[in-house]
Structure formats: structure tokens, C-alpha cells
Design a protein around this ligand. Structure first.
Ligand code: MG
Length: 327
């Protein structure tokens, strides 16, 4: 490892969590929304690199029908090629009971489900109504729980909707509480189009608390469309939230929201958390190296600030994490 690369100066702030779970969504939420299709062996290698960089919480793929999301049509192949370290999670998104069965058959032991705070997104992305999506998710949670499989929930469009505009807090808490009461362990309040600001973020989290969801059951899923995602993370940290979704290299956009940029980049989030003295277990250099590696393979510019800064500062000096060839 190069010791020439920059690192944030650590200055702690009172009242923030001492450790945060960075829930890595790059291989699923990131790659499903990019236009190019990455071969399964590269996806498996991406997951391997993430685990090697210290990620213990990775959403590896999605068992949706291949016609819905061609980018992730190879879920079985990817999961079959994974090497998950002891104590690490390999979570797969499932849209319904059929998807749950496919995931379990492939060896997945933890799943996630998505509901929508708005009717428009439920119709466009989940092919159902808002209530229909909740019913379907609850069905999956109950079936998974009966098999000892933990479930994570997403409430999409919790902060704004490209068709409907503002989203009522009640719609968000109704969906979140339904998932929580069905047994989902964590609910990711999701700013799918990246419109949230810190006050808005704090207000929705407070609403979730008031609706009975404990702080350890709340996560945030943010996009950086308007450059607000780290400010929003900071607002959530001040309320004790200690789980944040992020995507290595800022992979992903929202295909239903024109102009929405990628997910909050993992390495940008980790730079801030480490600067605040918050433990993540993640190796910033290895994350940035992963972003540069994948960007080169895809022939695109790295989308994260940290990866670009590290590349300019001599990241190339870093040894590749592990080059593994799979069939
Ligand atoms: Mg996202």
C-alpha cells in the first residue's frame, strides 16, 4: 500500500455513533441502473474486491425476472461464483416469492424487498400499486422469516417522486411500519432521486421513530443528484442512525428519474466517516482501487470524488487486490 495517499484528519464530534454499517449496494443497485451489462465473472470479482476491502454487508444481486432487468439476469451465476468471508453478508433483492425461492436455491441466506412511498413509482418500477407492493413484500418477509432468512426493506421515493413531486410523511411511515411489523430488520428510507436536504432527512427519520421504528431499524439510501447526500448522512448521524447505503464508485442512477445521478459513493462516505473518527471496517484505498479497476474495465471516468483524487495522487502504486479468473 502506498503511504503517499491522502487521509482525512480525524476530528470526532460528540453524540455521533462510534461505528457505522456501510451497506454496499454497488453490485445490485449500482449495476442494475448502468446501461452496460457487466459479465458475471466481473460482477463476482467486484464482490470479492469489496469483501477484500473490508465490506461485510454487500447486496450482491437481484432475483428479478431477467426480462425486467437484463443487467442482473445472471444472478445465479454471480452467486455461484461468490466467496463470502466468514461473518460477511451476501444479500439479494427479491421481488416476490418466486424470486425468494430462486435466491434460496442459489444459496442466498439474506434478502431485501422494495416497496414504494408513491403510486407512480409502484406502477412504473414494481408493476403494482403502493398497497400491492406492501402486500407482496410482507408475503416475502413472512416466508423468508419462516426459513430463518433475515430481510431488509427499502421504501423507495421516500423523499420525492419524479412524477408526483412532494411525498407525504404518512406514506413513508405507513410503508416503513408495515415492513418493520412484518419482521424486516432494517428499513432503508430511500431518496431514490436524490432531492433530500438535511432538514427533510431529519424530519423523515423523526417521523419513523415516532411511528415506532427503533433507531437500529433505520437506514438511509441516498443519491447525490443535488450534491446533498453527505450533508444528509451527517443529519442522520446526529439522530443516531448508524447504517447507510452506498455504492462503490457511485455506481448506478435511477432509470425512472431523468438526470438523477448515482448512489452516494462508498469511498466518499467512508472518507467523511473516518474523518469523524467513526469506524467502518473499510479500507479506503482498496475501495478507490476497486472503483478505478472497474472504471477502466468499463471505459468510464470514476464517478466518486475520492477515487478521482486518489487517482490523481498516485493510486496506481497500489497493488491490485486480487485478480481472480472465473469461468
Ligand atoms: Mg439507489
Amino acid at each position: 500500500m502506498s503511504d503517499a495517499l491522502p487521509a482525512p484528519r480525524v476530528v470526532r464530534e460528540d453524540g455521533l455513533p462510534s461505528r457505522v454499517t456501510v451497506f454496499e449496494v454497488g453490485p445490485r443497485d449500482g449495476l442494475q441502473a448502468e446501461t452496460d451489462i457487466i459479465p458475471a465473472p466481473i460482477k463476482a470479482q467486484l464482490c470479492r474486491r469489496l469483501y477484500a476491502a473490508g465490506s461485510r454487508d454487500v447486496e450482491v444481486t437481484s432475483f428479478v425476472p431477467p426480462t425486467w432487468i437484463p443487467q442482473l439476469a445472471d444472478a445465479e451465476q454471480v452467486v455461484g461464483a461468490l466467496e463470502v468471508p466468514d461473518g460477511a453478508r451476501a444479500v439479494a433483492l427479491v421481488p416476490n416469492l418466486r424470486g425468494l425461492q430462486r435466491a434460496v436455491d442459489a444459496g442466498i441466506r439474506e434478502v431485501s424487498v422494495v416497496v414504494s412511498a408513491t403510486e407512480s413509482f409502484a406502477a412504473a418500477n414494481l408493476n403494482t400499486s403502493r398497497a400491492g407492493a406492501i402486500d407482496r413484500a410482507v408475503e416475502v418477509i413472512e416466508a423468508a422469516t419462516a426459513q430463518g432468512i433475515p430481510v431488509r426493506g427499502y421504501v423507495s421515493m421516500a423523499f420525492g417522486d419524479p412524477w408526483e413531486g412532494a411525498v407525504g410523511y404518512d406514506a413513508v411511515t405507513t410503508a416503513a411500519v408495515a415492513l418493520h411489523e412484518a419482521g424486516a430488520r432494517t428499513i432503508a428510507l430511500s431518496d431514490t432521486i436524490g432531492v433530500a436536504t438535511p432538514g427533510h432527512t431529519a424530519a423523515i427519520i423523526e417521523e419513523a421513530f415516532e411511528a415506532g421504528i427503533p433507531v437500529e431499524g433505520v437506514a438511509l439510501h441516498l443519491h447525490d443528484t443535488y450534491g446533498q447526500s453527505l450533508a444528509n448522512v451527517h443529519a442522520a448521524l446526529q439522530l443516531g442512525v448508524a447504517e447507510f447505503d452506498a455504492s462503490v464508485g457511485g455506481l448506478g442512477r435511477c432509470p425512472y428519474a431523468k438526470g438523477a445521478t448515482g448512489n452516494l459513493a462508498t469511498e466518499d462516505l467512508v472518507w467523511m466517516l473516518h474523518g469523524l473518527g467513526i469506524e467502518t471496517g473499510l479500507d479506503l484505498e482498496a475501495l478507490a482501487a476497486t472503483t478505478v479497476w472497474l472504471s477502466r474495465l468499463r471505459n468510464v471516468r470514476p464517478a466518486s470524488n475520492v477515487a478521482r483524487a486518489f487517482a490523481a495522487a498516485g493510486l496506481d502504486a497500489i497493488e491490485p487486490v486480487q485478480e481472480v479468473t472465473t469461468a
